[in-house]
Each structure stands twice: as C-alpha cells, then as structure tokens.
Ligand binder design. Structure first.
Ligand SMILES: NC(=O)c1ccc[n+]([C@@H]2O[C@H](COP(=O)([O-])OP(=O)(O)OC[C@H]3O[C@@H](n4cnc5c(N)ncnc54)[C@H](O)[C@@H]3O)[C@@H](O)[C@H]2O)c1
Length: 285
C-alpha cells in the first residue's frame, strides 16, 4: 500500500467534517465529498471557523491555518477521490446507503486504495459485501468531536488483510497522532459495547423510580470520577442515537442489558432527543 498523503472523506456531516479537520491538522491533503452541495459548503465553513478559533486562542499560527484550509478540496463529484490513498466513508447509518456508496466508491478508486467505514453499529464484515476487494476494507471508528477525541477503534473485518490493518493502525497513530484500538468485528466494538448498556442501566434506574436523574448522575461523577453522568451524557449524544445503537446491537446479539427502557423509548417517540432538541432527561432550554 502507498504512503497516505491524500485522504478522501465521503459524507461531510458531523463526523466527516471532523475527520477532514483532523487530517488537515495532520498536514494531509483532504478531498471531502458529499452528495449535498449545502452540506459541503457548511462543512468547509465550519472547518474554517474552527481553525480561526484556534488562531484566535493562540493555539495555531495564522499561516498554518491558511495552509490547512488550502489543503481542503470539497468535491461534489466522487471521481475526485481517484487520487487518494485512503478513503473514509461517513454517510448516514443506513445499511443500503452505505452499501451503495461503498460500491460506487470502489469504482472510483484504484485497487490498492485503503477503504474505511466510520459506522458505529453496522458489522464491518456486512458492509464489506459491497466490495469486490474486501481485503482492503476496515472499520475506523472515530469519536465526536473528532479533532478533540484521541481514540480511534480500528476494526478488522473477516476479510481485512494484515497489510490493511497495519496501514490503518499506522495512519491513526503516526499520521493523525491518535490512539488506535485494534479490535475484532463485534457488536458495539469496545466502546459502545461498554457504554450503551451503562447508559440504558441509568435510564432503567430512573424509570424504576429508584433514584432521581441528578442523583444517578452525581453517583457517577462524584462517586466514580466520570466527567459527566450517564443521563446527561445520553442527552448530549442524542437519545435517538443511543436507542438506535442499542437496537442495532440487540439485533446482532439479544442481550437483556441492551433492551431500551420505556422512559427512554417514550422520550424518543416524543421527539425529546436531548440537548439538540432542548429536552431529554434534562431541560436544556
Ligand atoms: N455523530 C456521532 O457522534 C458519530 C460517532 C461515531 C460514528 N458515527 C457514524 O458516522 C457516520 C456519519 O454520521 P454523522 O453523524 O456524521 O451523520 P450526518 O448525518 O451528520 O452526516 C452524513 C452526511 O452524509 C451525506 N450523505 C448522505 N448520503 C450520501 C451519499 N450517497 N453520498 C455522499 N454523501 C452522502 C449527507 O449529506 C451528510 O452530510 C454514521 O455511520 C454514524 O453512525 C457517528
């Protein structure tokens, strides 16, 4: 596999723009593709604003910020990804959408290009079905906000070659300066396999009337040193995202710890999704 100098990112939403920004700050060329021109221009604006904020805080020289921005190429045409050595897919968490994007992507890039997916909950091996050459496919699971979060789960699918795993690990550690956690393809990988049952247990405790939300969160912040309690964290992740992750993991492995409690399901039904809608377990308005 060739050294990675140009990274492609497909999908310029929350995660895609964060991955693009991290790659730019690592000194790489970035080609950012999205099917929506509005999403592409919003992503470029946000990356520019984030870099300017760092300049304003004295964390980044203005000259470097403008070089980083100059290395960003927002592309409405997927064909622009042909010059990349690695392309990371970050389109919505919908199996059919990801399969069709990955199949189109394979048509657009050479046979030795590394292809990665940022899926949170779809088995990497299931997504590999879209590809004629699944040996060069791997999971790279970033965390939000990407520029600030140091961990990336590197998920080896059944067909991923050793060279693919080594190249992905090297990219994360040496190019991005983040910590790679190389793991097998299991439901929830490592982080969500631990986090989601924990968040659901907190919601279940609230639902049973055993303790108030503040008491549950204080228990974990003041008693265990967590930076944020589980109910507040669920509100910030988005209750719909928590439910979707739990349901997807339950569908792959029906563990009772992954059953969504009634209170959480009702909040999602009511559109009270947490901080992003102003209400969830807490009132954020
Ligand atoms: N948001 C998170 O906290 C988080 C964390 C880790 C992983 N993920 C995963 O990252 C992926 C992306 O999530 P997100 O939150 O950034 O989603 P998002 O909805 O913010 O962004 C998705 C982007 O993909 C674009 N898109 C849709 N269809 C496309 C297509 N056919 N071709 C090109 N672009 C297309 C959309 O226009 C949008 O800009 C998902 O798989 C999600 O599970 C999300």
């Amino acid at each position: 596999m060739k050294p990675i100098a140009t990274v492609g990112v497909v999908g310029s939403g929350t995660m895609g723009r964060g991955i693009a920004e991290s790659a730019l700050q690592a000194g790489l060329q970035v080609i950012l593709h999205d099917s929506s021109p509005d999403a592409l221009s919003a992503a470029r604006k946000q990356i520019e604003a984030n870099l300017h904020r760092s300049v304003g805080k004295g964390q980044l020289p203005a000259q470097e910020a403008s070089e980083y921005l100059g290395a960003l190429d927002p592309a409405a045409d997927m064909g622009a990804l042909a010059g990349c050595q690695l392309v990371i897919e970050a389109v919505p968490e919908v199996l059919e959408v990801k399969l069709s994007v990955l199949a189109a992507l394979e048509e657009s890039v050479a046979g030795d290009v590394l292809i990665a997916t940022n899926t949170s909950s779809i088995p990497i091996t299931r997504l590999a079905r879209a590809l004629g050459h699944p040996d060069r496919f791997i999971g790279l699971h970033f965390f939000n906000p990407v520029p600030r979060m140091p961990l990336v789960e590197v998920i080896r699918a059944v067909h991923s070659s050793d060279a693919t795993v080594a190249a992905a690990r090297q990219f994360v550690a040496e190019a991005l300066g983040k910590t790679p956690l190389v793991i097998e393809d299991r439901p929830g990988f490592v982080v969500n396999a631990l986090l989601i049952p924990f968040l659901l247990a907190a919601a279940r405790m609230l639902d049973s009337g055993y303790a108030e939300a503040e008491a549950i969160d204080d228990g974990m912040t003041l008693g265990c040193g967590h930076p944020m309690g589980p109910l507040k964290l669920a509100d910030f992740i988005g209750l719909d995202v928590v439910c979707a992750a739990a349901d997807a993991m339950y569908a792959q492995s029906p563990d009772p710890a992954l059953v969504v409690p009634n209170n959480l399901r009702r909040l999602v039904d009511a559109g009270q999704l947490g901080a992003k809608t102003g209400r969830g377990f807490y009132d954020h308005r």
